[in-house]
Design a protein around this ligand. Structure first.
Ligand SMILES: CC(C)(COP(=O)(O)OP(=O)(O)OC[C@H]1O[C@@H](n2cnc3c(N)ncnc32)[C@H](O)[C@@H]1OP(=O)(O)O)[C@@H](O)C(=O)NCCC(=O)NCCS
Length: 162
C-alpha cells in the first residue's frame, strides 16, 4: 500500500538516505543549497511517500526572500531510482503545493526541468526578473502562484530567509 504522509521530526536520516541515493554526491554544491545553508526546511510542507512502510520518496521546501518578499522554494524532491515513473513525485508535489496554498504561501519557485514541472503548473520566470546567489541556468528557474497575484510582487535577488 502506498501512503503519503507529512514528514516527522525523526525522518531526518531516512530523507538524507533517499537524497543521497537519488542525487549522488555533489548535491550540496548546487546553488539552491546556498539558499538552504543555516536555514531549516518548512516543517509543515515536508512529505514522505512510503510503500508497505518502506520509504520511496520525499519532498521538502525552504523559505526564501525575493527582493525582500517571502516566498518558498520547492525541493529537493526525490524518488528512489527503482520506483520512478509511478507518479509518486507528482503526487508529493500536488499534496504539498495544496498544503502550501492552504497555509497562506502566495508563490513558489524552483530550479528544474520546465517540461516536467509544467505538469504541476510551473512556468519559466521571465528573464531578468530574479537573480540567484550563484551560477544557475536561468531557463530552469520556474515559478507558480499559490494565491491570485502572488507572482506580481516577486522581483529582485533571491536570498536566504531567516
Ligand atoms: C525527478 C524525480 C523526482 C521524478 O520522480 P518520479 O516519481 O519518477 O516522477 P513521476 O512518476 O511523478 O513522473 C514521471 C513522469 O515524468 C517524466 N519526467 C521525469 N523527469 C522528467 C524531466 N526531467 N523532464 C520531463 N519529464 C520528466 C517521466 O518521463 C514520467 O513520464 P510519464 O508519466 O509520461 O511516464 C525522480 O526522477 C528523481 O528522484 N530524480 C533524481 C532527483 C532529482 O533530479 N530531483 C529533481 C530536482 S530537485
Amino acid at each position: 500500500m502506498i501512503t503519503y504522509r507529512p514528514e516527522r521530526p525523526k525522518d531526518g536520516p531516512l530523507i538524507e538516505h533517499v537524497l543521497d541515493v537519488s542525487f549522488g554526491p555533489g548535491r550540496f554544491a548546487k546553488t539552491a543549497y546556498r539558499l538552504r545553508e543555516g536555514v531549516g526546511p518548512i516543517d509543515a510542507l515536508g512529505y514522505v511517500v512510503e510503500e508497505d512502510g518502506a520509504p520511496r520518496g520525499t519532498i521538502r521546501y525552504w523559505p526564501v526572500l525575493i527582493g525582500g518578499t517571502p516566498s518558498i522554494m520547492l525541493g529537493p524532491v526525490a524518488v528512489l531510482p527503482a520506483h520512478r515513473g509511478r507518479g509518486m513525485a507528482i503526487q508529493l508535489m500536488k499534496l504539498s503545493l495544496a498544503k502550501a496554498a492552504e497555509l497562506g504561501h502566495r508563490s513558489v519557485i524552483l530550479v528544474g526541468d520546465e517540461p516536467y514541472y509544467a505538469r504541476v503548473g510551473f512556468t519559466r520566470v521571465p528573464a531578468g526578473r530574479m537573480t540567484m546567489p550563484g551560477p544557475v541556468d536561468y531557463t530552469r528557474l520556474l515559478w507558480r502562484e499559490l494565491a491570485p497575484g502572488g507572482l506580481d510582487e516577486l522581483k529582485g535577488p533571491i536570498t536566504r530567509a531567516g
